[in-house]
Design a protein around this ligand. Structure first.
Ligand code: NAD
Ligand code: UGA
Length: 475
């Protein structure tokens, strides 16, 4: 019956619940590519909605290359940011759930499985407010089988309480594979679009949206559970590559091999491929850790302990990489950083984003603060408040530090004034072109540069009198 009802159904209005790093850019691109569809993006965070609605595009809550231009083109034409959640859900033919899915912190599965509080809240409000037939799309990354939970909640109210009209739902999984910093490029030209579902009509409705700009051979349709699991697996594989190359970086430093040469040599093998072989201070970002932890939880739940142990090692290696970099910094500074000024170049978890979630700079910074170091932090897109929140969240007893022990500096040259060391933590392009001759005069000697991203040319440093330690090369 449902299939008959929706044979001629067209998607005219979309609602996306969650105006974050995924909801904002994803819906902006859908709005641009589908000018006949009205796209409403809603959020419980009113400040975030106000920021999206700001006339000044430099105030958008998310920095992402190319995003502001698309927002300028589509906002208040067919793309709207709103706090009227109920109304936008009522009006929608298709609803994307794009809310946060952090790791659970208390109770069963704490520290491993996903906290579904926000997803469940969405399902309940959709169940109450949606009208007629609605396609509900999981855009958030979710534990395998969450679609079942969503279906059960949605189907708990089958009739509109005001009109007594029947309401029906289809649930699809459509995980997002964008990476921050390249989100627009990834959305406009995705490697693939994955749609998991168990009814062909709703799959086709979502597919038709993507067909406005994605070639059909890049749209893969699977069952729900394959789709949910593929997303976790993709992130686990990517993170595993970062941990793999980071483990080899340590062997390079110990043996005199050069990580760049090793990366190039292995990456030219087509079976390995050259991407995601850059060593670094450990992967950050809101998802790799939480998604692997979720995979580990799933494996343990099914008593696949060896599988769980295997994936858990990816995270253990990542923590170790952050820790060993901190220890190298302290060792090179004569085992003592108390009262010493250390310049941080970058605080976001990668270049071209203002996102600091799980950034290695937080852990490495926190370790150094505990040793008594004074941090002078530069980042072109991360603000003071974000850094303050990050340090307070990681170590809640340390309210007293605030900015007496660290400072956020806007002019990059100021971070070097009197510093004993500079640590490159994010690969922002401007850090590749620093005038090290000028900088060397400002630092207190003997001074060190620690390049955790391997972006600084050794030739530019060695004649300045500065010492250089590079990831995967050492010295
Ligand atoms: P985010 O925290 O930036 O955004 C989520 C937003 O949802 C927040 O603004 C929050 O206020 C809002 N929200 C929560 N509950 C709500 C509710 N009941 N009603 C309305 N709004 C609500 O998170 P994000 O980075 O956009 O990630 C969202 C999901 O996408 C996660 O599952 C994540 O794993 C996945 N994902 C993220 C990325 C990424 O690059 N950040 C990439 C792919 C997938
Ligand atoms: C990652 C995935 O790449 C996306 O496909 C996925 O959609 C997303 O997670 C998600 O689910 O949230 P993202 O975290 O934005 O995207 O960024 P990545 O480019 O994957 O980088 C993650 C971390 O690994 C960063 O800290 C980065 O510096 C580090 N990294 C990456 C390296 O250290 N070396 C590399 O070679 C690549």
């Amino acid at each position: 019956m449902q299939e008959n009802n929706i044979n001629h159904f067209r998607i005219n209005k979309i609602c996306c619940v969650g105006a974050g790093y995924v909801g904002g850019p994803t819906m902006a691109v859908i709005a641009k590519k589908c000018p006949n569809i009205i796209v409403n993006v809603v959020d419980i965070n009113k400040n975030r909605i106000d920021d999206w609605n700001s006339e000044d595009l430099s105030k958008l809550p998310i920095y992402e290359p190319g995003l502001a231009e698309i927002i300028a083109e589509t906002k208040n034409k067919n793309l709207f940011f709103s706090s009227e959640i109920d109304k936008c859900i009522e009006d929608a033919d298709m609803i994307f759930i794009s809310v946060n899915t952090p790791t659970k912190t208390e109770g069963i599965g704490a520290g491993q499985t996903i906290d579904l509080t926000w997803v469940e809240a969405c399902a309940r409000i959709i169940s109450n407010k949606a009208k007629g037939y609605t396609v509900v799309v999981e855009k958030s990354t979710l534990p395998v089988k969450t679609a079942q939970t969503i279906k059960e909640i949605l189907n708990s109210s089958r009739r509109d309480i005001n009109t007594n009209n029947e309401k029906t739902f289809s649930v699809l999984s459509n995980p997002e594979f964008l990476a921050e910093g390249t989100a627009i490029e990834n959305l406009v030209n995705p490697d693939r679009v994955l749609i998991g579902g168990d009814d062909n009509n709703s799959i086709q409705l979502l597919k038709d949206i993507y067909l406005n700009w994605v070639p059909e051979n890049k749209i893969i349709c699977t069952n729900l559970w394959s789709s949910e699991l593929s997303k976790l697996t993709a992130n686990a594989f990517l993170a595993q590559r970062v941990s793999s190359i980071n483990s080899i970086s340590a062997i390079c430093e110990a043996t005199g091999a050069n990580i760049k040469e090793v990366s190039k040599a292995i990456g030219m093998d087509k079976r390995i491929g050259g991407k995601f072989l850059n060593p670094g201070p450990g992967f950050g970002g809101s998802c790799f850790k939480k998604d692997i932890l979720n995979l580990v939880y799933l494996a343990r739940y099914f008593r696949l302990d060896e599988v769980a142990d295997f994936w858990e090692k990816v995270i253990i290696l990542n923590n170790w990489q952050q820790n060993r970099i901190y220890k190298i910094i302290v060792e090179k500074l004569f085992g003592n950083v108390n009262g010493k000024k250390i310049a941080f170049l970058g605080f976001s978890f990668k270049a071209n984003t203002n996102d600091t979630r799980e950034s290695s700079a937080i852990n490495i910074g926190n370790y150094l603060l505990k040793e008594g170091a004074k941090l002078s932090i530069h980042d072109p897109k991360v603000g003071f408040k974000q850094i303050e929140d990050a340090f307070l969240t990681i170590d809640q007893d340390r309210n007293n530090i605030k900015n007496s022990q660290w400072e956020k500096v806007s002019n990059i040259i100021d971070v070097f004034e009197g510093a004993d060391a500079a640590v490159v933590l994010t690969e922002w392009s401007e850090y590749r072109n620093i005038n090290w001759d000028k900088v060397a005069n400002l630092m207190r000697k003997p001074a060190w540069v620690f390049d955790t991203r391997s972006i600084i040319e050794r030739d530019k440093i060695i004649n300045t009198g500065l010492n250089l330690w590079s990831i995967g090369l050492g010295f």
